[in-house]
Design a protein around this ligand. Structure first.
Ligand code: DQA
Length: 141
C-alpha cells in the first residue's frame, strides 16, 4: 500500500514551533518512527509552505497512491484551490490536524478540506497521522 503524507506551511517547524500547541517532536523523527512501525507501507512525504505546490502534490499523488494524509495547516481555512484539488483526484484523502482547531480561534473552525475528505482527525497530536494510517490499512485489507 502506498500512502503519501502532505504537510502544509510551518509544519516543517514542528518541535520548535509553539510546542504548547504542537508538541516537542519534529516531523522528520516522527516520520522515521512511522516507517519503522509500518514496514509494509510504502510512504512518501511532502511538505511545502506554498499553496500551489500542495495543489501540485495532490494532483501528482492523487492518481497513483492508495491514500493521502493531508494536513494543509493554515491553508485549511483559506484554500478553495486545495479543496478543489481533493475533489478532482481519485485517491481518498484523510484530513489531519495536530491541534483541536475547534477549540481555537473562530477562523480555524472553517475547513475547505473536511467536506472533500473521507474523514478528519483533529486534536490527537501526531497520533492523528497514525490513526489515519490505521484507517487506510483497514480500508485496504
Ligand atoms: C494545524 C491547525 C491550523 O489551524 C494551523 O494553521 C496549523 C496547524 C494543526 O495541525 O493543528 O498550522 O493544521
Amino acid at each position: 500500500m502506498k500512502l503519501i503524507i502532505i504537510n502544509g506551511p510551518n509544519l516543517n517547524l514542528l518541535g520548535k514551533r509553539e510546542p504548547g500547541v504542537y508538541g516537542n517532536q519534529d516531523f522528520n523523527s516522527f516520520y522515521l518512527e512511522l516507517q519503522e512501525k509500518y514496514p509494509a507501507v510504502q510512504f512518501e512525504y511532502f511538505q511545502s509552505n506554498i499553496e500551489g505546490e500542495i495543489v501540485d502534490a495532490l494532483q501528482k499523488y492523487g492518481f497513483e497512491s492508495d491514500g493521502i494524509i493531508l494536513n494543509p495547516a493554515a491553508y485549511t481555512h483559506t484554500s478553495v484551490a486545495i479543496g478543489d484539488a481533493i475533489a478532482a483526484i481519485k485517491t481518498p484523502v484523510i484530513e489531519v490536524h495536530i491541534s483541536n482547531v475547534h477549540a481555537r480561534e473562530p477562523f480555524r473552525h472553517l475547513s475547505h478540506v473536511s467536506g472533500k475528505s473521507i474523514g478528519s482527525i483533529i486534536g490527537m497530536g501526531l497520533n492523528g497521522y497514525v490513526l489515519a494510517i490505521e484507517h487506510f490499512l483497514y480500508l485496504n485489507k
